[in-house]
Write a protein that binds this ligand. Sequence first.
Ligand SMILES: *[C@@H]1O[C@H](CO)[C@@H](O)[C@H](O)[C@H]1NC(C)=O
Ligand SMILES: *[C@@H]1O[C@H](CO)[C@@H](O)[C@H](O)[C@H]1NC(C)=O
Ligand SMILES: *[C@@H]1O[C@H](CO)[C@@H](O)[C@H](O)[C@H]1NC(C)=O
Ligand SMILES: *[C@@H]1O[C@H](CO)[C@@H](O)[C@H](O)[C@H]1NC(C)=O
Length: 741
Amino acid sequence: MASQLSPFSLLLSVCLAIISHLVINCNGDSDTSTAQVHIVYMGDLPEGTATMTAEVHTNMLQQALRRDASDSIVYSYRKSFNGFAAMLTPEEVKKLAGMEGVVSIFPNGKKQLHTTKSWAYVGLPEKVVKRSAESDIIIGVLDTGIWPESESFSDEGFGPPPQKWKGSCSSGSNFHCNNKIVGARIYRSAGKLTSNKDVMSPRDTQGHGSHTASTAAGNFVAKASMEGLGKGTARGGVPSARIAVYKICWSEGCYDADVLAAFDDAISDGVDIISISIGGTKAYDYFTDATAIGSYHAMKHGILTSVSAGNEGPELGTVTNVAPWLLSVAAITVDRKFVTKVKLGNGRVFKGTSINTFDHGGKMYPVVYGGNAPNSTGGFNASMSKDCSSNTLSKKRVKGRIVLCDSVNSGEGPAAAGAAGSIMLAQEQQLVASNFPLPASTVSGSDEISRYVMEKRNPTATIFRTVEKKSEASRIVPGFSSRGPNAITPNILKPDIAAPGVDILAAYSRGKTATGIEGDKRVVSYNILSGTSMACPHATGAAALVKSFHPNWSPAALKSALMTTASPVSRDQNPDAEFAYGSGLINLKKAANPGLIYDAREHDYVEFLCGQGYNATEIKLVTSKAVDCSDVGKKIHAWNLNYPSFTLSGKPGGTVKRVFRRTVTNVGKGHSKYKAKVMSSKELKIKVNPKVLRFKDVGETISFRVTVKAKLKKSGIVSGVLVWSNGSHKVRSPVVAHTLQ
Ligand SMILES: *[C@@H]1O[C@H](CO)[C@@H](O)[C@H](O)[C@H]1NC(C)=O
Ligand SMILES: *[C@@H]1O[C@H](CO)[C@@H](O)[C@H](O)[C@H]1NC(C)=O
Ligand SMILES: *[C@@H]1O[C@H](CO)[C@@H](O)[C@H](O)[C@H]1NC(C)=O
Ligand SMILES: *[C@@H]1O[C@H](CO)[C@@H](O)[C@H](O)[C@H]1NC(C)=O
């Protein structure tokens, strides 16, 4: 089709397509028709500029490009950092890249929500304490918006927002803010909506944003459940805190230009913590990644950004959000599982996994194997229909029957064919309970079902409603959660921490059905979902809780408190060890009283950036701080950033030795003595000097050195632990050595 079009008509159609998004001048200027949204990042706001206007960017662009640029600018970032997003042709990008003041130019990439398909919830300790310090905390949630009518976001009992709040509320689609949802803005650089599932308002029509916001800061809601499943009190980490909504994600994904615009606003609006459960499919250089750039400026303003590690696991090196100023969160299971029993006509019962709110009431249905029911009119054969993917099943053969599938699928295929239910065979025990649009269960570890269905003349089965059970498989990092090592800075451990991210119950959008799949009629106020997207807001809530006790702590201090107090996770059950769970599972009982913290301020990150290989010119732009990297560079290595974990890497099979320098601040009792304890092994030797830290005052800092010698395996990870203990308090840091890929 395309080959029949003349180059002219191709250009024209591109041009028209662009016009429908953003008005640009296409008249006779074939050049600009190749224009696409790019982000021009120019670092910190110029010093001494109290208020910058958008004209600065228009003028700059006009002078550089010698054309009318007033319609090209999509966003002007000027509240919290400097830059803009604009429609630029490849030639224009080249021209601008060489300009003074420009740190980086990158295309308006698209990121995705970090949810897997489905989901249980184990909350934080359920003690209702209303604390006024908590109600002064504002959490900025960059996501798909929010469902304002949810009980989780009711403002009953809330006073007006804290004085510091400068944000605003964009209404539309009957959307209104209240004293719980104190602000809401929307960002859409991709122009007109392309799906009728989206609305141009902060209203959440996808469910993800309501879920993450309520996990971080939702009210206590007693007896919340998804159609009776997961029943319990739904609550956020800080139920009295306020929520500010920044809608950056749409049906097709989340654009970088929008992410940056949301950071620019959130920082100046006065949020305390930022939660962002999105990411790309790989790690990006810090200066060309919207999340890394936005969160750097947030950090400068004392705001911690908590982010999902990614759902790209289980392969090593898949963690996507890796900047050291981010809190990168992995997902882990809790002690609850969802069991869905299947009973065959011969009386045999199998325990499967899923979220099945439907009930066959014990009625037996005929069973058909997907491989025997291809949608041949649609051109599908048996080898395609055995997995029951969308469109592959024949309505005639499947309608009213339970369909047996050779693998776990979304349920869209069986639902479209009118199946009464679906039994999905899984290779291994499913850690994640998926939610399907029809009665369904995923069953593993047996070929008995297949044999019964193939060999029996009139096979029958029934699927029971899901029941909750206590799980033995708690504290396991599921396969989807992205793993370290950190692809950009191998000597900083990522992910940082693990938090509940499997089968989490939280608020949902009533603007969508439970699965969003055709045929599903269930509209629910609470839904059970899984993903690092669900883990991130748990860490956000935990960080907000610590901040409510220590309002002046830096983002690094909050991070350190969460990481050094995290509960150890079993290495035997998680072969990827720290690459899967970082410092361990967040522990809210201890996080607010860590004893010691590993603090870091902007100048520490500036030195880190030198160590990372950025030059003085680039760093000055980002941070507006003059720095001589060549001077600093001799002493500074990325691994000497005052981080609450220790990581070194080297060649496979070799030996690597490194001296780490760290400084801890006493945030506990004035007079205290901490002794170093290490857990090392034959492969990993750890020495600490000095071994004892004696503090006289609160706020006092003491430096020490950690010498690590590691014999590296052919691949993978060897690890140990450094613990500073005063007798009752343990300040724990993982020590990790790994081979460079
Ligand atoms: C089914 O169709 C696919 C794609 O057309 C083909 O590769 C495959 O060999 C077919 N399988 C059978 C069993 O006919
Ligand atoms: C069979 O395939 C056709 C063509 O892809 C599709 O339109 C139809 O919906 C399919 N039937 C079912 C039941 O999925
Ligand atoms: C700094 O790095 C940038 C980007 O790599 C390069 O263009 C510039 O010339 C470098 N400046 C110095 C002083 O080395
Ligand atoms: C250890 O430090 C913590 C935090 O400052 C303090 O609460 C605790 O009492 C200390 N324990 C001892 C035995 O000194």
